[in-house]
Design a protein around this ligand. Structure first.
Ligand code: NAP
Length: 292
């Protein structure tokens, strides 16, 4: 199912917002894209790269004619951005725009939407594309980012069904497969599969950084080190915000992992090769099953 949009407003024209614009343009699914965000420099760059057609530094102004408003800013900026969107839609009497987002945690975003869009939060469809890279900014955006990737929507019982259908079509147009689930379940699953691995990667590099032989550690870094730590090059602001906005599910996963590491520590200290083999074999079987 393909979408057709007259006016799309994208707030935050970095990797996630920029890639959506490029792929919608490739699909000839949008007539006009207006960008908004924080710095003029980023918006100018997005315009130069053909991501947006125009920009407005004032978010409230930018949304006035929008059919769809897509928010792709770090989670810590969500409340301020939603507040400016709500003011702009009210001022321009735009009663039909659908608002959606790409934030990596969903319960907190939904709470903010209910507060800020009070009485009209049924126009908000919370979403999260399970796609990305460790790079950020408009220059990192590319049209194929969402092809064959999953997008999770977390509508509530109040969310307008027609709005959910339209946002589903938006993601399908750029090649993504859309699934729906509750925000709480989303946050738990993503804490396990994305947020914990980022914590481990940041923690591992930080821990090695403080070793005496640091030069040699990085000089002889092999493929395994690169595979495990690639995501430690991700944007620190974005990841600080994800951690703070999905605090308890991430803490729960970190506790589980700490227990696992203690178990491996004890097995190694005891020279228990049988235990190590058991864990490694199980882990290999599980990963092979889910990645093949
Ligand atoms: P990004 O490349 O760094 O882009 C973020 C954009 O938001 C930039 O245009 C930035 O403008 C703007 N921005 C920052 N602070 C702002 C503020 N206070 N008000 C208005 N605009 C602001 O980040 P991204 O990777 O696209 O991530 C965007 C969102 O998508 C995040 O919520 C993230 O959780 C989610 N997400 C990311 C990934 C991923 O792998 N990267 C995957 C799925 C979901 P300036 O340059 O002017 O600061």
């Amino acid at each position: 199912m393909s979408i057709s949009i007259n006016n799309l407003c994208v707030i935050g024209t970095g990797l996630i917002g920029g890639s959506l614009c490029l792929s919608l343009k490739d699909a000839a699914a949008v007539k006009n894209i207006i960008g908004a965000g924080r710095s003029e420099e980023t918006l100018q760059k997005a315009k130069q790269l053909g991501i947006i057609d125009a920009y407005d530094l004032d978010i409230s102004d930018a949304v006035k004619d929008a059919d769809i408003v897509f928010v792709s800013v770090p989670l810590g900026a969500t409340e301020s951005v939603f507040t400016q969107i709500a003011a702009g839609l009210k001022r321009s009497n735009n009663k039909t725009a659908i608002i959606t987002d790409a934030g990596s945690s969903k319960q907190r975003v939904q709470q903010i939407a209910e507060k800020v869009f009070a009485g009209e939060s049924n126009r908000f469809v919370a979403g999260h594309p399970i796609a990305g890279t460790e790079n950020s900014g408009p220059a990192a955006a590319f049209a194929d980012l969402y092809k064959n990737r999953r997008v999770i929507l977390t509508p509530t019982a109040d969310t307008d069904a027609a709005a959910v259908k339209r946002i589903t079509e938006l993601w399908q147009t750029v090649g993504a497969e859309v699934e729906s689930m509750g925000a709480e379940h989303h946050d738990k699953v993503l804490a396990a599969t994305s947020h914990l691995p980022h914590m481990l990667a940041f923690g591992l590099v930080h821990c090695l950084e403080n070793m005496e032989d640091i030069e040699d550690v990085f000089r002889f870094a092999a493929g395994g080190f690169r595979d495990v730590t690639r995501i430690a090059s991700s944007d620190p602001t974005m990841w600080r915000d994800i951690c703070l906005n999905n605090q308890q599910p991430i803490l729960d996963m970190m506790k589980r992992y700490k227990d696992e590491l203690d178990m491996l520590y004890n097995a190694l200290e005891a020279g228990d090769g049988g235990k190590l083999m058991e864990v490694f074999e199980h882990a290999k079987q599980t990963r092979d099953k889910f990645t093949h």
